[in-house]
Design a protein around this ligand. Structure first.
Ligand code: ADP
Ligand code: MG
Length: 224
C-alpha cells in the first residue's frame, strides 16, 4: 500500500484482488513474491502455467514497461521471466520502487472485458462496462450506470454494447456465461455501496469464458 501526496491511497494489484475476492468477486489466485526463489516456490504451489507481473506504485501500465510475462510453464521459465521483468523495469522506469513480483495462475482463454468505477460530480459513483483492448480505447464501446446497479441494469449494460456479439460466441468460439458477468457487475455495485471510501476501481481485464468470469488485473484508489 502506498500513500501518494497524503491525499489518496493506491492499493497494488495483490491487495486490490484480495479485497475484491473477499467481496465475492472472482479473482485469479495471486500472490506476492519478493525474491526470485519465492516466485519459483509460489508458482509450484499455484500450479503451472503462471503469469508474473511487476508490483510497483510507479508502474501503472505494467506490460508497456515489460512488466508482464504470461504462459510460464516451468521453474526455469519463471526464473528467466523474473530477471527479465526486473531488468526491464530498471531500464524503462529508472528509480521505480519495486515491491515485488506477483505470481498468478494463467486464466483459461476467453474474451477480455473491463469494469470500472469513477465518481461523477453530479451522480456519484458510476460503473462502466465494456470489452477490453481496442474496443474501449479506440472505439469507446462502453456502457455506464449509476450505483446502485440492479440485476436488470447489469443485463442491459452487457446487451447495449456493440461488441455483445463477441460474448455470444462467434466463429465457433464458445459463448460466455452472460449471467456470471451480470452477477459480477451487481456485486461490484454492492461493493462500492458498502465501501464509500473507494475513489476509483479498475478491473482491466476480466477474462470471460464458458466457465464464468475471472479478474486478472485490478487497481483500487482509496480516499484518504
Ligand atoms: P497492464 O494492464 O498493467 O499492462 P495486465 O495485468 O492487465 O497489465 O496484463 C496485461 C495482459 O496480460 C492482460 O490484458 C491479459 O491479456 C494478460 N494477462 C494478465 N494476467 C493474466 C492471467 N492471469 N491469465 C491470462 N492472461 C493474463
Ligand atoms: Mg490491465
Amino acid at each position: 500500500m502506498v500513500k501518494q501526496n497524503k491525499k489518496i491511497i493506491m492499493l497494488n494489484e495483490v491487495e486490490a484482488k484480495r479485497i475484491l475476492g473477499q467481496a465475492g468477486i472472482p479473482v485469479i489466485d495471486t500472490r506476492l513474491a519478493r525474491t526470485k526463489q519465492e516466485a519459483v516456490s509460489l508458482s509450484g504451489e499455484i500450479g503451472f502455467p503462471v503469469v508474473l507481473k511487476i508490483v510497483s506504485p510507479d508502474v501503472v501500465h505494467k506490460s508497456d514497461a515489460g512488466g508482464v510475462k504470461v504462459g510460464l510453464a516451468n521453474a526455469a521459465q519463471v526464473r528467466k521471466a523474473y530477471t527479465e521483468i526486473i531488468t526491464s523495469i530498471k531500464e524503462k522506469v529508472p528509480g521505480a520502487r519495486i515491491e515485488g513480483v506477483s505470481v498468478q495462475k494463467m486464466a483459461r482463454p476467453g474474451v477480455e472485458v473491463i469494469i470500472g468505477m469513477t465518481e461523477d460530480d453530479q451522480f456519484g459513483p458510476v460503473i462502466m462496462f465494456g470489452l477490453g483492448g481496442i474496443w474501449v480505447e479506440a472505439i469507446r464501446d462502453v456502457a455506464f450506470r449509476v450505483v446502485p446497479v440492479s440485476a436488470r441494469d447489469a443485463d442491459e449494460m452487457v446487451h447495449e454494447i456493440k461488441g455483445v456479439a463477441a460474448l455470444r460466441g462467434y466463429r465457433g468460439q464458445e459463448p460466455i456465461k452472460i449471467s456470471s458477468l451480470t452477477k459480477l457487475i451487481t456485486r461490484i455495485s454492492r461493493f462500492i455501496e458498502k465501501n464509500p471510501q473507494v475513489k476509483e476501481l479498475d478491473i482491466n481485464p476480466l477474462i470471460a469464458s464458458g466457465d464464468g468470469v475471472v479478474a486478472v488485473d485490478a487497481r483500487i484508489v482509496m480516499k484518504p
